[in-house]
Design a binder for this molecule. Structure first.
Ligand SMILES: *Cc1c(COP(=O)(O)O)cnc(C)c1O
Length: 432
């Protein structure tokens, strides 16, 4: 009945997350409010690691894609759960560093790392640079030479796999800004160049074919192509690439129509493809890295709002205005993402109304969703939008000078503030 395993209802007919009463949290911390179930996030980390161990053995790392949800407290959870982390900017790297996250388990991605970011990453002992292109590679080599060190790298390959997902979150095809292509020998030439550089050690190859993907086939197909590439480098250049990083992209449930596969089944499919392919090609099973982001946090977060006004436009639509919107969740504005909304104070009431939930920015596109099914609502009711644990807080902005909401986690029936609500003073901090 509930979209996510972390949600339920209590005897008062209220929505609960991790067993904690949502209306009570809204009263305590105010709205808009992000709430995340820490126990469910931890158990999903364990589920990924267990599945990798069961189907592939000990030679792996599950690295959380920080961009899905980046805060110091998240890095603390990840460190305790023996996870790695993928970062794509100096800011994410800095957050991990300040949280005391083990930097040797950090993968530094991005299609245009700045020199300052590269220096910060080298001096903080980042585990792996995931190089994107040859210009970046030679800059990295020069900076490493100047600092007197050798950078361990992997590099991003576009395997040419089409994944069925939204245009903007599809990244494995040839027409993508990320990485070098398998075709036209782009990737092969990159490997050759990297092997000739003194301050670069080529450790691995990486691909990430997109996000919110439900099919297993594209992952299996990508794994096959990547192993073929490793084999080709071995036979033609005499160098065995020791690490394969298959990225993330596993889909989750935003609405009841979504039907993602179980983690164990996904992991089993691509690990068995890898194992089969390496034995056919007579190479060693690589150290296998995966980078799930969304699937670790999205289902275990919700956002709670208070309704301001309800505007019926006869024969057209009903707008329900909330005290948040695109500044805390820009995903509808970006990709027309679908969400499920519920009333946490009356969770059992039937969803008889069709409404458009609108934010408070001066943009007609500032919506959480169009034609959403919810029970009748009135001003001061709470609305909870589900599956907002990924790409919400991390994508939040201060447009219209709206302060970002706080983030609260629940664990063992108790809540904890992990990110404070921004104040007006925070908003003008850097103004001169
Ligand atoms: C975004 C991203 C991920 C995570 O994708 P999800 O869909 O959140 O699992 C992993 N690796 C890289 C390089 C990414 O850019």
């Amino acid at each position: 009945m509930f979209l996510s395993s972390c949600l339920s209802e209590n005897s008062e007919g209220h929505l609960t997350i991790g067993g904690v009463d949502v209306p009570a949290l809204a009263r305590e911390y105010g709205t808009p409010l992000y709430i995340m179930d820490e126990d469910a996030i931890r158990s999903t980390c364990r589920e990924y690691r267990k599945a990798m161990l069961r189907h592939y053995g000990k030679n792996f790392l599950v690295a959380f894609a920080s961009k899905a949800f980046c805060t110091k407290y998240m890095y603390k959870i990840l460190a305790e759960e023996n996870m790695g982390a993928d970062v794509v900017s100096g800011g994410e790297l800095y957050t991990a560093l300040k949280a005391g996250f083990p930097m040797n388990r950090v993968y530094f991605h991005g299609n245009n790392k700045t020199d300052d970011e590269i220096k910060l990453a080298l001096s903080s002992g980042v585990g792996r640079f995931v190089a994107d292109n040859t210009e970046e590679l030679s800059r990295l080599n020069e900076i490493a030479a100047a600092e007197g060190c050798v950078a361990d790298i992997s590099f991003r390959i576009k395997p040419g796999v089409e994944a069925h997902t939204h245009e903007f979150i599809k990244t494995g095809q040839i027409d993508s800004k990320f990485g070098v292509a398998l075709i036209n020998d782009e990737a092969f030439d990159f490997a050759k160049t990297a092997l000739g550089l003194k301050n670069i050690r080529l450790v691995g190859v990486h691909c990430h074919i997109g996000s919110q993907i439900f099919d297993i086939d594209p992952f299996v197909h990508a794994a096959d192509l990547m192993i073929d590439f490793i084999s080709r480098v071995k036979s033609e250049l005499g160098y065995e690439i020791a690490e394969l990083n298959l990225g993330g992209g596993f889909g989750i449930r935003y609405t009841e129509k979504d039907d993602p596969k179980q983690i164990d089944e996904i992991v089993k499919s691509f690990t068995s493809a890898v194992l089969k392919k390496v034995s056919e090609n007579n190479i060693k099973p690589p150290f296998l890295v995966i980078e799930p982001g969304r699937s670790i946090v999205a289902p275990y977060g919700i956002t709670v709002y208070t309704v301001g006004s309800v505007k019926h436009i006869k024969n057209i639509r009903t707008y329900v205005s909330i005290d948040g919107g695109m500044t805390d969740n820009p995903r509808y504005a970006l990709y027309q993402s679908e969400y499920t909304a519920v009333l946490p104070e009356r969770i059992n009431e039937p969803a008889t109304e069709t409404v458009t939930i609108a934010g408070r920015c001066c943009e007609s596109g500032d919506l959480i969703g169009k034609d959403m099914k919810i029970p009748p609502v009135k001003p001061n009711d709470l609305i909870a939008v589900l599956s907002t644990g990924a790409y919400n807080y991390s994508m939040a902005s201060n447009y219209n000078r709206i302060p970002r909401p706080p983030v609260v986690t629940v664990s063992g029936g108790k809540s904890r503030l992990i990110v404070r609500r921004e104040s007006y003073e925070d908003l003008i901090r850097n103004d001169i």
